[in-house]
Design a protein around this ligand. Structure first.
Ligand code: NAD
Length: 404
């Protein structure tokens, strides 16, 4: 497995070859702080188990540290550092007054009972409450962390700190201070970015789309693209995927997965491995699962016209080069998945002001901001005659340096 933090730093190296930012880059080569904690939990069978947890505060030049908490068996400090670094850039590209942070716990959450998961989530907050707060560090959900987990964390923070704004955690359920529209925000924001850049990238009005990932981001994106007249010809989860050149019926596929536990053997479609899915011919390929999926091993076989990264870090720097040579544009994660943090920012703002916006208001604001970010990134890539990732990095670094 490639080190995601090294990948993030080599992306930075490539961007600063085009425009240097001197001291800012020296500063951005490490986080402000990375914290590792042990969280002891009494398991349901009476034994004690200790889990390793993390919070990385990368940079707060533009505002409080902001970023999700990931629960995964492979989560480790280098992954959390990379994700926190990308958050600093993402918040700058989205033009929201927030900095970059990220957290996690090394755990396979499906192996815990609901009670164990709640004690673990509250334990993470107990160890870190001193550094958290609406004006200091504002966590959110990421892979395997749900609105319910955010509600436990928000409640624990309120008990410890006495702060009743509920603005320290975003991604909460609506009745616990969450925002309308946070669930589909990342997939929807990705769709707005695609729609804004589609013609500039030479894609047809109706695209054949392939998606890796069937979770919050992948499934929401699939539904939104399909609703807007695009055809989802292949989609996968961790066990593999399915393909139908005529387009998959997503509603029926969701029911099929619920009843059988997997996507495999869906009516009128062909089973695919994740490796095959990434090499399927299509207009748009959306990796929406995990990092390091398109590497120097398979980039040469990619047959998509355009890639849009909705996962964080799915294309390695080596694959980036190969795809660049093959003329396959990549809409980078720091732009295309910033809809999630943008609506998280709306939630924080509503909590601090004691307001609750309608879903229509949320989506209208999101559309305006995603369009603006997409076009600013495109202009930056044109101005410096480079790809969208380097264009996005330069835009972010310009905005961070203005505040430093
Ligand atoms: P999730 O846990 O809801 O879903 C992850 C999905 O990926 C699941 O369907 C899982 O089966 C699938 N998966 C796991 N391993 C896979 C593999 N090897 N191949 C194919 N599929 C695999 O997580 P999510 O919230 O949808 O996050 C997905 C990605 O999007 C992550 O990189 C995350 O950091 C990023 N992201 C999420 C948000 C958000 O708001 N949730 C925001 C920005 C970025």
């Amino acid at each position: 497995m490639q080190n995601p933090f090294q990948n993030a730093m080599s992306q930075l190296d490539k961007a600063v070859k085009i425009k240097d930012f001197n001291d800012l880059i020296t500063k951005l080569r490490q986080p402000d702080r990375d914290i590792r904690i042990s969280i002891p939990i009494k398991m349901d069978n009476g034994t004690l188990k200790v889990f390793e947890g993390y919070r990385v505060e990368y940079d707060n030049a533009r505002g409080p540290y902001k970023g999700g908490i990931r629960y995964h068996q492979d989560t480790e400090i280098n992954e959390v550092k990379a994700l926190a670094f990308w958050m600093a850039l993402k918040c700058a590209i989205a033009n929201i007054p927030m900095g970059g942070g990220k957290g996690g716990i090394t755990v396979s959450p499906k192996e815990l009972s609901s009670g164990e998961l709640e004690r673990l989530s509250r334990g993470w907050v107990q160890k870190l409450s001193d550094i958290l707060g609406p004006k200091k560090d504002v966590p959110a959900p990421d892979v395997n962390t749900t609105p319910e987990i955010m509600a436990w964390m928000s409640d624990e923070y309120e008990k410890i700190s006495g702060d009743k704004t509920r603005a320290t955690f975003t991604g909460k359920p609506i009745e616990k201070g969450g925002s309308e529209g946070r669930g589909p925000a990342t997939g929807l924001g990705g769709f707005y970015v695609f729609d804004s850049l589609r013609a500039q990238l030479g894609l047809p009005e109706k695209c054949n789309v392939v998606i890796q990932g069937f979770g919050n981001v992948g499934l929401n994106a699939a539904e939104i693209f399909a609703k807007n007249g695009h055809k989802i010809i292949a989609i996968s989860d961790s066990k593999g995927g399915v393909y139908n050149q005529l387009g998959l019926d997503l509603e029926k596929l969701i029911t099929h997965k619920k009843s059988t536990g997997s996507l495999a053997d869906f009516a009128d479609s062909k089973n695919l491995t994740n490796a095959e899915l990434l090499e399927t011919a299509c207009d748009l390929l959306i990796p929406a699962a995990f990092e390091n999926q398109i590497t120097d091993q398979n980039a040469g076989n990619v047959k998509a016209k355009v890639i849009m990264e909705l996962a964080n870090g799915p294309v390695t720097p080596e694959a980036d080069e190969i795809l660049f040579q093959k003329n396959i544009p990549i809409i980078p994660d720091v732009l295309s998945n910033s809809g999630g943090v943008t609506v998280s920012y709306f939630e924080w703002d509503q909590n601090l002001k004691g307001e609750h916006w309608t879903e229509k208001e949320v989506f209208e604001k999101l559309l305006g901001m995603m369009n603006d970010s997409a076009q600013k990134v495109y202009e930056s890539s044109q101005k410096y005659s480079t790809d969208l990732r380097r264009g996005a990095f330069i835009l972010a670094l310009e905005r961070i340096s203005e505040k430093m």
